[in-house]
Design a protein around this ligand. Structure first.
Ligand SMILES: [Zn+2]
Length: 107
């Protein structure tokens, strides 16, 4: 956490903004339900399948899966690994375009 705070300080000071006070708030814990439509769209543009808006119920039912391949939009996908490039993502493969992609899991 200190690294994040230090980088925020550095970036703002480099931009001529100071003094800077960074307040870290850890509670309540962030969930994917706080993700905005704009944030979901940006993930998709970057090639990461975002969680559905109300994916928590899907997750409780073991149905937390990507709605579509971020490359071609196909829903014909399969899981390769429960963990992708980070622990918060799973690795999927599209069975139509054959491209692998990360899915940002609901949490
Ligand atoms: Zn695809």
């Amino acid at each position: 956490m200190n690294t994040i705070e230090a980088e925020i300080h550095s970036a703002l000071e480099d931009a001529g903004i100071w003094p800077v006070k960074v307040t870290t708030v850890l509670s309540p814990a962030w969930t994917t339900e706080w993700m905005t439509a704009s944030g979901r769209a940006k993930l998709l543009e970057y090639g990461i399948a975002p969680p559905a808006e109300n994916a928590r119920l899907d997750a409780m039912l073991g149905m937390d899966i990507p709605k579509a391949c971020p490359n071609c939009g196909s829903s014909h996908t399969e899981i390769i690994s429960q963990f992708g490039s980070t622990a918060c993502k799973a690795l999927y493969k599209c069975l139509d375009c054959q491209e692998p992609f990360d899915y940002f899991k609901c949490h």
